[in-house]
Ligand binder design. Sequence first.
Ligand SMILES: Cc1cc2nc3c(=O)[nH]c(=O)nc-3n(C[C@H](O)[C@H](O)[C@H](O)COP(=O)(O)O)c2cc1C
Length: 186
Amino acid sequence: MKKTILILCVIFFTAAFIQAQNAAGIRTIINHYAARNFLPLPVSQSDLDQIIRAGVNAPSARNAQPWHFTIVQNAELARRIISGVTDGNVLIVISAAGDSRTNIPEILDCALAAQSIYLAAQALGLGSRIYTAPVAAVNRDLKNALSLPRDHSVVVIVRIGRVEQVDAASAASSRKAPDSIVTYKK
Ligand SMILES: Cc1cc2nc3c(=O)[nH]c(=O)nc-3n(C[C@H](O)[C@H](O)[C@H](O)COP(=O)(O)O)c2cc1C
């Protein structure tokens, strides 16, 4: 009898734990925000490993996985990509072969990898922000400095860093009301 109760307790708490984990996952996806204020503190290698794993595991059309991830931890190089970037921030530069302005499948795949990286960082309690504004200048001036794979162009950059907690400046801006952009066809 005692054994049965123990087994039931283990099953109950395992189920509750899994449900709590799942709830945390959906919370990260819904409540993300693009960080503005980063702290000048390093990102740990174990966090970075998990964030990179999230990017590497992203879905892609025909599972082509066309991307390359260049992890910029050098502060001087990072500042050439995003001026004024905070010390300790890591830039994950996502590139693919061809022209990153016109290769739609590669752009979509790299965008999904960027989203996975962006959300993984926030799931770990870090701040993150996606960037495309610097891409043209990086492709023009910094391909060699980044040692990109041959024929690759940068598609998107994700900035990762330590943050305090969500402050007024960093909190997510408002979104369109679902009613105005969602149509059900039943
Ligand atoms: C494809 C893409 C490109 C972006 N490029 C930049 C950028 O170049 N510079 C920047 O400061 N933020 C950039 N952002 C961040 C957006 O401005 C931000 O995600 C959006 O305003 C929503 O922010 P919130 O979630 O904090 O409300 C980009 C976001 C996306 C998805």
